[in-house]
Design a protein around this ligand. Structure first.
Ligand code: NAI
Ligand code: MG
Length: 358
């Protein structure tokens, strides 16, 4: 029997509550699908670790993680203890960059039984995937600050777009679009205003598009794309965007599909040189941490994406089907979806569905 070694980083806040619940769902799916098992190692890295050691993870953290099949990540951030830019850059962003996880995959799907805040939209109407560039662009960290405290104080943040970096993520998005029935790919740009970086992005998109004549493409300015997410989400199939644009757009994607507690993501190295990392889109939610009411569905769905990536398609599909069954039934939901169930009760329901569907 195949065994996958999974590095689990629960992190902070609700991440600590959700990681064990996600593992329960993963184990149920592994048992139900058969043929493989998961072996976890848990790493207590995050803001508590920072308070004790002055860093978010050990110096050799990347090396330690490099031998695992995948990373299952909760959430990071405890702004009362550690400034957010320190915690995010010291752990999550370090892993994304260190393992060259250049694709951030974020599905936006309206689940059965879940109400979208959009009028007249029903399950099935929203089902698209955003491919966000995850290693460069506006997050390159190139820049600096000068003359602190002086009237002349200034800050510069430079976006970095490389040919290789744009091409690989755009190509990934084309391949994904080609694998889906509608074969549509829209790219977000702002080349009317950003005349160096985003004209370059447009040019590379058009070059790569020549290799995919069977995919219907569209160039959409990012402000119009934001409106499109709200007004006509059904017209989207696959969307590819730079790091910052993708980040902002996918929060809209989460909002229109009912709750941040449902949105899952994968940080992927498609070449599989390094472990890929799967995590909910949401953060550590300090406002509800410790109350036992965080929605475990985003965590479980991220686990399904991880199994799918590892090649355990049936186990991944079982978790997705269980999620759909639980939301469709509507009797066991956490407060973010209007229910009164606890995190544990929703996980129990997911596990029962996985077992029942197998
Ligand atoms: P957040 O995503 O933690 O919370 C936003 C709102 O959504 C809160 O009202 C929260 O209660 C709710 N929410 C989030 N996940 C939920 C779930 N599973 N079930 C039910 N409700 C849920 O974003 P916020 O408040 O802006 O940031 C809090 C901390 O998280 C900060 O330190 C921030 O830097 C960090 N963060 C970390 C991320 C990551 O680890 N990937 C992503 C976003 C924020
Ligand atoms: Mg975000």
């Amino acid at each position: 029997m195949k065994t996958y070694r999974i590095a689990v980083i629960p992190g902070d806040g609700i991440g600590k509550e959700l990681a064990p619940e996600g593992m329960r769902v993963l184990d149920a799916a592994a048992r139900a699908a058969g043929g493989f098992s998961l072996e976890y190692e848990i790493f207590p890295w995050g803001c508590d670790y920072y308070v004790q050691h002055g860093m978010m993870m050990p110096e050799d953290g990347l090396k330690t993680l490099s031998t695992f099949a995948a990373i299952y990540f909760g959430a990071v951030g405890y702004p009362e203890l550690v400034p957010d830019d320190v915690s995010l850059h010291g752990l999550l962003i370090k892993l994304r960059l260190g393992f060259d996880q250049y694709v951030c995959l974020r599905p936006s799907t309206l689940l059965p039984g879940v109400k979208s805040p959009l009028r007249g939209v029903k399950p099935g109407d929203i089902d698209f995937v955003t491919v966000r560039e995850n290693t460069e662009g506006e997050y390159a960290g190139a820049g600096g600050r000068m003359h602190p405290g002086q009237p002349s104080e200034l800050a510069i943040e430079t976006a970095v777009f490389t040919r290789a970096g744009c091409e690989r993520v755009i190509r990934y998005a084309f391949e994904l679009a080609r694998s889906r029935p509608r074969r549509m790919l829209a790219h977000a740009t702002k080349s009317n205003a950003q005349k160096h970086t985003l004209t370059f992005w447009d040019q590379i998109f058009d070059e790569v598009a020549r290799d995919y004549p069977d995919v219907k493409t569209e160039r959409v300015l990012v402000d119009a794309m934001a409106a499109r997410f709200v007004l006509k989400p059904g017209s989207l199939d696959v969307v590819v965007a730079s790091n910052l644009f993708g980040d902002i757009l996918t929060d809209i994607g989460g909002a229109i599909t009912g709750s941040l507690g449902l949105s899952a993501s994968g940080n992927i190295d498609p070449e599989r040189r390094y472990p890929s990392m799967f995590e909910p889109v949401h953060g550590s939610a300090p406002d509800i941490a410790g109350k036992g009411i965080a929605n475990p569905i985003a965590m479980a769905w991220s686990g399904a994406m991880m199994l799918d990536f590892l090649g355990e398609k049936r186990a991944g599909a079982l978790i997705e089907a269980a999620i759909r069954a639980v939301t469709a039934e509507g009797t066991t939901l956490t407060p973010d979806l209007g229910g009164t169930a606890t995190t544990t009760q929703v996980t129990d329901a997911l596990v029962a569905k996985v077992n029942g569907l197998a």
